[in-house]
Design a protein around this ligand. Structure first.
Ligand SMILES: Cc1cc2nc3c(=O)[nH]c(=O)nc-3n(C[C@H](O)[C@H](O)[C@H](O)COP(=O)(O)O)c2cc1C
Length: 323
């Protein structure tokens, strides 16, 4: 059964992995896809091609070996640079270009990019037109509900985006000013969904199957986008799919399944990043996995001191045997 389509790409499951810089790298995207995410979106790639030689950008520009459709998010505030970045990412294998107007990170917003763009509707229009006209693949957009509570212009931006040719829209239920404070609200998302005909993805504070179903029903969104709740818990995608289909909760994964998943994930990180970066990035993900397991504090500090790929795997094996 098709949940939604973006251009020629039919997506059969309505649960989407949100773009998260420093989290949703290629190994994590593949893992979440295996666990039932219908669509996974890359970490943002800066539109400033002069920065593409950094280690961070080089890893973000690897689009082969990715599950299809390959959705690559770009971030920036200059229409020409955004168009150039979109074209180059398509040449590198992107099948969908996603534009970031949702991220409140200072690094992004200080340069009038990410969610900071929402206060300048003329610039938003220029960027969207420039990117849509520069590539032949579908272009999607991620926004917040607006710039501020006084200027909740999400609906205006959404209508503009659809008119320009944006093919799907993800909305985080907070304004830029809210950053991550308070709780997400879904009325604005529901209102946008009523006025638009492109697929709409609801995002913000969805933590479990029940909240996913609530938000999907409340907003009538075509997809549910999950960010932080997937950290250390990538099986949330299959749990949500199951609940949406059957209204019943899946049993949690067994310890031996979690063990295998964590070890495979850590191995994939070592392979993708190499030894030095791989062990460091693995520490972050293992820290998240440990939040759902017992005996975490002691093991976490031990694991964070390990500097060697094989030793990370050996210690993880031992840790799970002792649980
Ligand atoms: C660590 C982190 C990195 C993020 N990076 C991005 C990003 O690169 N692009 C983007 O559009 N949003 C980014 N976001 C925002 C998320 O995509 C999402 O909108 C937000 O976390 C709310 O969803 P959640 O409550 O399910 O986490 C990031 C969020 C976090 C926590």
């Amino acid at each position: 059964m098709m949940a939604f389509a973006i251009g020629p790409y039919c997506v059969d499951k309505p649960v989407i992995l949100a773009p998260m810089a420093g989290v949703t790298d290629l190994p994590f995207r593949r893992l979440c896809h295996d666990q039932g995410a219908g669509l996974v979106v890359s970490e943002m790639v800066t539109s400033d091609v002069r920065l593409w030689n950094s280690t961070k950008s080089r890893h973000r520009l690897i689009h082969d070996a990715e599950v299809s459709p390959r959705s690559v998010q770009i971030a920036g505030g200059d229409p020409k640079m955004m168009a150039e970045a979109a074209q180059q990412n398509v040449e590198l294998g992107a099948q969908i270009i996603d534009i970031n107007m949702g991220c409140p990170a200072k690094k992004v917003c200080n340069k009038a990019a990410g969610s900071a763009l929402l206060k300048d509707e003329a610039l938003v229009r220029e960027i969207l037109e420039s990117v849509v006209n520069s590539v032949s693949v579908p272009v999607t957009l991620k926004i917040r509900t607006g710039w501020s509570l006084d200027q909740k212009n999400g609906l205006t931006i959404a209508k503009m985006a659809e008119d320009i040719g944006i093919q799907a829209l993800a909305i985080h239920g907070r304004t830029r000013e809210c950053k991550f404070q308070g709780t997400a609200e879904y009325d604005t998302i529901a209102e946008i969904k009523q006025h638009l005909s492109i697929p709409i993805f609801a995002n913000g504070d969805i933590k479990d199957p029940e909240s996913a179903k609530f938000v999907k029903d409340y907003t009538n969104a075509d997809g549910i986008m999950i960010g932080r709740a997937a950290q250390g818990r990538p099986w949330i995608f299959r749990e949500i799919n199951h609940y949406l289909e059957t209204n019943e909760l899946l049993a949690p994964p067994s310890l031996s399944e979690v063990r295998q998943l964590v070890i495979n994930h850590v191995n994939a990180l070592h392979q993708f990043y190499g030894d030095y970066l791989g062990v460091r990035i693995a520490r972050k993900h293992v820290g998240w996995y440990l939040q759902t397991l017992a005996d975490k504090t002691q093991f976490r500090s031990l694991f964070n001191r390990i500097d060697n790929t094989q030793e990370q795997i050996d210690r993880l094996e031992e840790f799970f045997v002792c649980l």
